[in-house]
Write a protein that binds this ligand. Structure first.
Ligand code: ATP
Length: 453
């Protein structure tokens, strides 16, 4: 049941209305002036306001405009004096749900209030859902404190509320799709559709009809006319992922939509119009692709009016730990396991990994470890083979070489033999002179100060 606020300085009338309304089960608040009314609004979750037009410190018509601006989900009913219909009409223009003339309000107020509160509650629900969508898909859930990602987020936030076409540039798994969603959910188009199309997912001919739609009988199998993704995204946002994979003749048609909003469904000769905001993404270098003739230059220039680079994970290693912690929590919840800690060796291995698949790869690796983990700590040996194949002491160059593995092995054997080189050489199956040579070559003396004769 909704909460109602009555604002009227005529105490008897206000109390009477309050009684009638509360008998119907509504929770009622009262105020004698506009100021008092606004104070109640700040304090209480009101759904419907019933206000007199004439108030000691203002009037209900102006109040309506103020309330609708500040609390768009709240509905307002104004009470007008007999013979002042114009006031009611102006109030409706200002956003009031309806007006009631004093005198005949007794029998009309309850049905009107019931309709207004139904609308207000529905609007409140929509607002709540929109806020949840924004929480789920907005910039808030794009993690990263590094300068690089913060710069990308700042650029995206700035351009989000505009209608500008955006080009997101980044390797696979760097977050191009979640950025495009966040841009949509922080724009005025958030209540309209967000449609994502992966251009590499369709063969050439199919991509055109999927994107632009087709007429009935346009090709074999087109038994019914069909809207394309472009029309599905009407008034919303269309995210074109892997734009670099789009066939060149289709790129020309896309450019036309970008510039004029006009397009043709396959098999139709009548142009149609759409109002769509475009976000494109590619993991290729569009400049190079257009030089090579795989990407139309005019489309490239049109798209790159506002491009946002998304950094690869290996260029923002300082974010790895926080991202990993976030994914551990996420997958622990999903698999109903207690949230595991990450051992220092595990974290170190994550920090030095090349992350060719970027955040998607990190997410998958963490998911796998959380599933495999039976203890409360994630250990380095749970990581896939390529993580443990090299020394994870922070070296990046040359970690894949056989020499790196040999160095690591010798160091471990020396440590096992507590620095006794004769014993270590025996364990390694090599001569003492060879071991000395290798210790020298790999500068192990300095690395392993514990090593002694
Ligand atoms: N900064 C981030 N914070 C949290 N999660 C992220 C972040 N960036 C990416 N992710 C997650 O990583 C995964 C990959 O992101 P996304 O699909 O947006 O990447 P992409 O660049 O579009 O990849 P592709 O080019 O392969 O389509 C998703 O599950 C996404 O939720």
């Amino acid at each position: 049941m909704s909460r109602v606020l009555i604002i009227d300085d005529e105490e008897n009338l206000r109390k009477l209305i309050a009684r009638v309304i509360s008998l119907e089960g509504y929770t009622v608040q009262q105020a004698a002036t506009m100021k008092e009314g606004l104070q109640v609004m700040e304090r209480e979750p009101i759904n419907v306001v019933v206000s007199d037009v004439k108030l000691p410190d203002g009037n209900g018509i102006e109040l309506t405009a103020m309330l609708k601006k500040q609390y768009p989900a709240v509905e307002v009913i104004v009470l007008t004096a007999y013979g002042t219909i114009q006031d009611g009409v102006t109030a409706i223009k200002n956003g009031a749900f309806d007006y009631l003339t004093k005198g005949d309000h007794q029998e009309k107020i309850i049905p009107l209030l019931s309709k207004a509160s139904e609308k207000a509650l529905l609007q409140q629900k929509v607002q709540h859902l929109e806020a949840r969508l924004q929480d789920r898909f907005g910039f808030g859930h794009i993690l990263g404190q590094s300068k690089r990602i913060q710069e990308s987020i700042a650029l995206a936030r700035k351009v989000a509320p505009t209608d500008t076409t955006i080009l997101l540039l980044g390797e696979t798994g760097t977050g191009k799709e979640i950025f495009s969603q966040a841009i949509h959910y922080e724009s005025d188009r958030k209540a309209k559709p967000f449609v994502a199309v992966n251009c590499s997912a369709f063969p050439k001919d199919l991509l055109e009809s999927e994107l632009f739609g087709h007429a009935e009988g346009a090709f074999t199998g087109a038994t019914k006319a069909k809207k394309g993704y472009l029309e599905e995204a009407q008034e919303g946002t269309l995210f074109l992922d892997e734009i670099g994979e789009m066939p060149i003749d289709l790129q020309a048609k896309l450019l036309r939509v970008l510039e004029t909003g006009e397009f043709y469904r396959v098999g139709e000769s009548k142009a149609r119009r759409v109002n769509v905001r475009f976000i494109a993404a590619t993991n290729r270098n569009p400049e190079k692709e257009s030089e090579a003739g795989n990407f139309r230059k005019d489309l490239f220039y049109r798209l790159s009016v506002f491009s946002i680079p998304l950094p690869p994970l290996r260029e923002r290693r300082e974010d790895i730990q926080a991202l990993a912690e976030y994914f551990v929590r996420q997958f622990s919840q999903k698999t109903k396991k207690p949230v595991a800690a990450m051992s220092p060796a595990f974290l170190q291995a994550l920090r030095v990994h090349p992350w060719k698949g970027n955040i998607r790869e990190l997410k998958n690796v963490v998911e796998r470890c959380v599933i495999l983990n039976d203890l409360n700590v994630l250990e380095a040996d749970m990581l896939p083979y390529d993580f443990n194949a090299y020394d994870s002491t922070g070296l990046e160059e040359g970690v894949w070489t056989l020499a790196a593995a040999e160095k690591k092995h010798i160091r471990q054997v020396l440590a096992f033999a507590r620095g006794n080189k004769t014993q270590a050489a025996k364990l390694l199956g090599i001569g003492l002179t060879t071991l000395y040579q290798k210790i020298k070559d790999y500068a192990l003396q300095a690395d392993a100060p514990e090593a002694r004769q």
